[in-house]
Design a protein around this ligand. Structure first.
Ligand code: UD1
Length: 413
């Protein structure tokens, strides 16, 4: 069944453990292609995007075993450098396979990537960076062929600190000849996670004081074992869900240092939190306060991936809030669905104005993309009555056990 049913209107009360990070594990899975041996990854989330990445790895000739959250990738034999269109078009992150295959094999053919419908999401910066490293690109109607006889280190200055472009540069540079310097590199924790995995496999990467990444190419990478860090976006989703529905929750396995910007907003809204062991406890206020103005930014700013969930919580706030989206265009697709639940939200170009209402009501709504879908579930927990959220397959791309988590947190789903 491609839908989720939630009976809302009760405060949350409970505890759940946060899954491994989607945005960390995907580029690391691509990175296993660079390892001339077996990589073992622990704490892997069982989500649709990981299944898709594993299919992509298998299509190149990697042997992959996945059991109880542990994935082993044997990349000793890579036989194919063409990435099947079906997988590439369902998942935007497949684009990081380009850097990995270029690094290992010196060539890759890829059809144009797909993924969430949250804007244009071009890959021009990825391609410019590859070109600087000596890659030649040939465009065809079905995709791109990239070849590098001698992949060479280079100084790359990214026009914008794109997460995906930084990942692709890192992946292409680890086994390249010579040194690569990535200026204006993304600072998201998932970039540090990728660097950490690669260092564990023998890569030579360091973050300079100005945030640039310096990578000295190595001859080869070897077998390693690594744990996927917890998912900061899933943790943030449940924290904002609790702010919307009220109550008190504990989340285990959370790195609160990665949530600074989100916790600052939660505090401003009247939430009280404290660190507890490896996790966090949040107590929501009777009614959340509005945020006069906030915008999404690159890390360490407020993440675009938690923008929709924030709208769900602010829909119930006392007062008026303005939220501006600066990373992706077309990332307010959740708004008409929240309005269906009784929210007063107006879209004006790249920002929304939210006039908080005292109640939302259960409704029949449709997920249009991953994070917007999760936001609808959080709104449904807060809304009076029953909601049905269709298109749950979008949500399954990033949330391993949304139902179980919500049940653990005392929600009726
Ligand atoms: C990654 C995350 C995604 C998250 C986003 C922002 C993964 C797999 N995905 O996406 O979940 O929402 O970061 O934190 O980790 N851009 C260009 N040209 C390029 C590359 C990007 O114009 O070559 C633009 C994009 O259209 C967008 C902005 O730069 O407007 C940010 O994109 P980027 O940081 O690359 O995000 P993703 O890597 O796609």
């Amino acid at each position: 069944m491609d839908s989720i049913h939630i009976c809302g209107g009760c405060p949350l009360n409970g505890e759940t453990r946060i899954q491994g990070s989607k945005n960390a594990v995907l580029p690391v899975l691509a990175a296993t292609v660079l390892v001339d041996g077996v990589s073992t990854l622990y704490n892997c989330p069982d989500i649709a995007d990981v299944h898709c990445m594993i299919r992509l790895l298998r299509s190149t000739g990697c042997k992959v075993k996945w059991q109880n959250g542990e994935i082993r990738v044997d990349a000793r034999r890579i036989a194919c450098t063409s990435l099947p269109q079906a997988y590439v078009q369902t998942m935007r992150s497949s684009v990081v396979m380009m850097g990995a295959l270029l690094g290992r094999m010196g060539e890759v053919h890829i059809s144009y990537p797909g993924g969430c419908v949250i804007g244009k999401r071009p890959i021009d910066m990825h391609l410019q960076a590859f070109a600087r490293m000596g890659v030649t690109l040939e465009e065809a109607c079905d995709g791109l062929t990239a070849c590098a006889k001698h992949l060479a280190g280079a100084v790359i200055t990214l026009a914008f600190p794109s997460v995906g472009a930084t990942e692709n540069c890192i992946l292409a540079a680890v086994l390249a000849k010579g040194e690569t310097l990535i200026r204006n590199a993304a600072r998201e924790p998932e970039i540090d996670a990728l660097c950490d995995f690669l260092r564990c496999a023998g890569g030579d990467i360091c973050r300079e004081a100005d945030g640039s990444l310096r990578i000295r190419g190595r001859e080869r990478l070897c077998r390693c074992a690594w744990r996927v860090p917890p998912d900061r976006i899933v943790a943030g989703t449940y924290l904002l869900g609790c702010m919307a529905a009220g109550g008190r929750i504990r989340l285990a396995d959370v790195d609160t240092t990665q949530l600074d910007a989100v916790l600052a907003v939660i505090e401003q809204m009247g939430g009280k939190y404290e660190s507890s062991g490896d996790g966090i406890i949040l107590a929501a206020p009777e009614r959340v306060k509005a945020i006069p103005y906030i915008r999404t930014e690159v890390y360490p700013g407020y993440p675009t991936d938690l923008q929709s969930q924030l709208l769900a919580a602010l829909a119930l706030a006392e007062g008026e809030s303005i939220v501006e989206e600066t990373i992706f265009e077309n990332r307010f697709r959740v708004v008409p669905e929240l309005v269906r639940m009784g929210a007063h939200i107006n879209i004006e170009e790249n920002h929304v104005t939210i006039k908080g209402v005292a109640r939302l009501h259960g409704s029949h709504v449709k997920a249009e993309e991953l994070r917007g879908g999760a936001a609808l579930c959080m709104a449904a927990l807060a809304a009076q009555g029953d909601s049905c959220i269709t298109n749950r397959h979008f949500i399954d791309r990033g949330y391993q056990a949304l139902e179980q988590d919500i049940r653990n947190l005392g929600g009726r789903i």
